[in-house]
Design a protein around this ligand. Structure first.
Ligand code: SF4
Ligand code: SF4
Length: 502
């Protein structure tokens, strides 16, 4: 029986954003033709990747083609058989950044989906936890909600007690998670049970927006009629942006507050986006690597907004061609959500823009070139910030490169949610400045760490030299004493011999 959690009496800050665009159909269309696949060697979390293949190499579907430089275990897999055609420069999933990317020309441009569905006869609890973990590692499963964390690493978090399936989807208009729940509910819940068993957790809770009444009823009905999913909890959060952020869910639903340095796993929670659970289900039951994702395509003047499933790395050109949208009539392409996505505007490089694991939407023709003016100290950004930061003061400190300012002390609390930008009447890009400040602070910390390391080495060397000198002196003294002792013994012996002779 699906249980409903009592709502915690915690005030959630945020805004209801209704941009007046048409949401995508909840059916999921499957892309057919793929002309090229593009894999940038830098991701939205600043991880850089080293190719494990060279230009001209033949690659197989599911083959590792690049590995993260920082050895975090992140990998890029080819989604189709093909040839590494080139390594070209593309716009990274970061603002104003260009990064090299591996470009694959598929052998066969028709894409084949391995659709795998839950079978009622499969006993989910019979899968050993070690096997589940191993298959999740093999399938290279990362969180598709945007965090990109490796699911296997989350399972290893200490003392996981609660699995939280995040279906909040707070970005306005985006509804790919909702489409996944309508089309793959059994697979989502089965993936959640695999996670629970692998992490030896006690509970599973699925979290949704409270206004999704039909979806809540659909899930309740399904769980009630499927014994294996009995005991799964349901919780809701208000229809506000950004109520789907991990910290906001934990605060609102579980009355747990994370500090900036903490992750949900530090408090015994493992949170996973619902689409990631489908990847887990497929990996565990059919050894399928995580090669595809569902995303919403919508925008201004788009008659048939669509939820589409496509391989990671598919180009925006192939997506537009499949949806029969003339790319010459598209002024701007936003990859990601309306609030947190990145715009690729006509005139800037759109070449090889691609769908990545972190891309939950492709939004067309919504970019507006806004005139920026001086801060008028209206305080709207301060009122809007869901984590009680002071964006206007932070902006000024970051602009002056004053990274020791008390206003930037809690910069890591900033979720880049963009609410401050959204409400600012002067159209100041506060968040762009915060991203810059975070990079600078990270570099400063890195340099400090390096300086501390060198200082430590120097200190150790000084101590070692001092110790060696003391040791030499000690040995010298010991030898001197031994010599003296031998001499005394010799003299004593000679004296005794002389006395005997006399
Ligand atoms: S982007 Fe950061 S500073 Fe701006 S509202 Fe969101 S959390 Fe607050
Ligand atoms: S909302 Fe914009 S104008 Fe108002 S205080 Fe914040 S930065 Fe300044």
């Amino acid at each position: 029986m699906l249980k409903k959690l009592l709502k915690q009496n915690i005030k959630t800050k945020g805004l209801q954003i209704k941009p007046g665009l048409k949401a995508a159909s909840l059916d999921i269309a499957q892309i057919s033709d793929i002309n090229s696949l593009v894999y940038p060697l830098e991701d939205a979390k600043l991880n850089t990747y080293i190719p494990t293949v060279s230009i001209g190499d033949k690659v197989k579907k599911g083959q590792v083609i690049a590995e993260a430089e920082n050895a975090h275990g992140l990998k890029i897999l080819a989604a189709l058989d093909g040839v590494i055609e080139t390594i070209d420069e593309v716009k990274a999933p970061l603002p104003q950044k260009i990064t090299p990317a591996l470009i694959i020309k598929p052998d066969n441009k028709k894409y084949w989906f391995d659709d795998v569905f839950f079978n009622i006869d499969v006993k989910l609890d019979e899968y050993p936890k070690e096997m589940i973990f191993e298959k999740i590692v093999q399938a290279n499963i990362q969180g598709l909600g945007g965090g990109l964390f490796l699911s296997a690493k989350k399972i290893l978090g200490s003392n996981i007690e609660h699995i939280v399936l995040n279906a909040v989807e707070c970005e306005p208009i985006l509804n790919c998670d909702e489409a996944v729940l309508y089309n793959y509910l059994a697979e989502v819940l089965a993936g959640g049970i695999f996670l629970k068993n692998a992490a030896k957790a006690k509970t599973i809770t699925i979290v949704l927006k409270e206004n999704k009444k039909d979806l809540i009823n659909h899930i309740s009905h399904f769980v009630k009629n499927n014994e294996q999913f009995n005991g799964i909890n349901l919780a809701t959060v208000p229809d506000l942006y950004p109520s789907g952020a991990e910290k906001e869910i934990l605060k609102h639903v579980f009355n747990t507050k994370l500090t900036s340095a903490q992750h949900a796993t530090d408090h015994g929670f493992l949170m996973q986006n619902v689409m990631t659970c489908v990847s887990i289900f497929r990996a565990v039951t059919c050894d399928l690597p995580q090669l595809e994702r569902v995303f919403s395509v919508f925008g201004k003047n788009i008659e048939s907004p669509t939820n589409l499933v496509a391989p990671i790395g598919v180009t925006v050109e192939d997506i537009l061609a499949f949806l029969k949208i003339d790319s010459n009539k598209v002024d701007s392409i936003r990859i990601g959500g309306l609030m947190m996505g990145e715009d690729i505007v006509k005139g800037t490089s759109r070449k090889h823009s691609a769908l990545l694991k972190s891309s939950n939407g492709i939004i067309l023709n919504t970019y507006e070139d806004k005139e920026v003016s001086e801060c008028i100290n209206c305080g709207e950004c301060v009122k809007a910030c869901p984590v009680d930061l002071v964006p206007n003061k932070m902006f000024k400190a970051a602009q002056a490169d004053d990274f020791n300012s008390s206003y930037l002390k809690n910069l890591s609390e900033c979720m880049n949610c963009n609410l401050c930008n959204y409400v600012c009447p002067s159209n100041i890009d506060l968040v762009g400045m915060f991203k810059y400040a975070k990079q600078q602070k990270a570099m400063i910390q890195e340099e400090q760490k390096r300086a501390e390391y060198i200082n430590n080495l120097t200190q150790k060397k000084i101590e070692r030299t001092k110790f060696e000198k003391q040791e030499k002196e000690r040995i010298k003294q010991e030898r001197k004493l031994a010599r003296q002792k031998r001499l005394e013994e010799k003299q004593k012996k000679e004296q005794e011999t002389n006395e005997t002779t006399a």
